[in-house]
Design a protein around this ligand. Structure first.
Ligand code: HEC
Ligand code: HEC
Length: 266
């Protein structure tokens, strides 16, 4: 204290005090001020980014305000699940008119897809993209997966085939194979019904049912392994090769050994 009071009148005291006061106010403000301000600006930045993308690559077909044109439907109230499904599977932006808009390598990063979804949902909310707990088949019992299989056969296999291998539909259309489809997109397809596919609402396929169906598809599409050596999983040729080398080769070795140690050698 003595030290401070002695230097109270020092020439540098006032500016130093001012600096200290500013520091206290600055730190105090950053602690007290609501964290939301930064979240809000992130949010509006995301919407702005989505708007810029939309105006360039979507508005020609869907209209500058998503109202729809002769080239594409209105997007008002479609929901983030539909935007994510359409853009993250590369269906959108559609390239040219054809019987069915196919899935392609997606044009945008996950961040850009989220930005588009955020912007489009400013016109009206719809079915939201699911949380992982809604589509992850993690922790399902064998019984529940079997139930998923029954649900799939009852609701989906008419178009997609018994194990989801895909199938043709009239008019040059087709139900695609589900072998490679990401779990989140299976969920979103059910809830949003893209193109010729019907919408399966919560009343028809509950959230639990949806997870079970996803669990079944995962199970049906995982490579069956029957134990033992995989031998490169290349089928009969590599298996035959192994039998030849180790089987015949081994027998030849044993035969030579017997011949050497055998009675006649003595
Ligand atoms: C060449 C025209 C064209 C362009 C460009 C285009 N779309 Fe589409 N979009 C369509 C058509 C046509 C459909 C309807 C497909 C159907 O259901 O048969 C559609 C459907 C959609 C749907 C589904 C709507 C629903 O009811 O669920 C979404 C979401 C969508 N588009 C988003 C986008 C976004 C985002 C972009 C830009 C990245 C984009 N589209 C660019 C033509 C286009
Ligand atoms: C009336 C026929 C029909 C039925 C029934 C049907 N789908 Fe589809 N499904 C389609 C068609 C057609 C498409 C292609 C839509 C597109 O490309 O936009 C499709 C697309 C999908 C996709 C997107 C695949 C991908 O890789 O992009 C998934 C996932 C899917 N269906 C799952 C299901 C599930 C699960 C069910 C049952 C709950 C079901 N579908 C029932 C016709 C059907």
């Amino acid at each position: 204290m003595n030290f401070l009071s002695k230097r109270r009148r020092h020439a540098a005291a006032r500016p130093l005090l001012l600096l200290l006061a500013l520091l206290v106010v600055g730190v105090g403000y950053s602690v007290v001020s609501p964290q939301q301000t930064s979240a809000d600006t992130d949010m509006s930045q995301q919407v702005e980014e989505g708007k810029a993308l939309f105006n360039v690559s979507c508005s020609s077909c869907h209209g500058l305000n998503g109202e729809g044109t002769t080239q594409g439907p209105s997007l008002i109230g479609v929901g983030t699940a539909s935007v994510n499904f359409q853009v993250a599977t590369g269906r959108m932006p559609a390239a040219r008119p054809e019987a069915q808009i196919p899935a392609r390598t997606p044009l945008y990063s996950a961040e850009q897809v989220n930005a588009l979804a955020a912007y489009i949902s400013t016109w009206g909310a719809g079915v939201e993209s699911p949380k992982e707990s809604q589509y992850s088949p993690e922790g399902l019992s064998a019984e529940e997966i079997a139930r998923g299989g029954a649900l799939f056969r009852a609701n989906c296999s008419a178009c997609h085939g018994i194990v989801g291998g895909g199938g043709a539909l009239p008019g040059g259309k087709y139900a695609p194979s589900l072998l490679e489809t990401a779990n989140i997109h299976v969920w979103e397809a059910m809830r949003t019904g893209p193109q010729q596919m019907p919408v399966f609402s919560k009343d028809v396929i509950s959230d639990d049912d949806a997870r079970e169906i996803i669990g079944y598809l995962n199970e049906a599409h995982s490579q069956p392994t029957f134990g033992g050596l995989g031998m490169g999983e290349n089928g009969p040729v590599s298996e035959g090769f192994w039998v030849f080398i180790f089987g015949i080769g081994g027998l030849a070795l044993i035969a030579t050994w017997i011949a050497k140690k055998g009675a006649r050698a003595r």
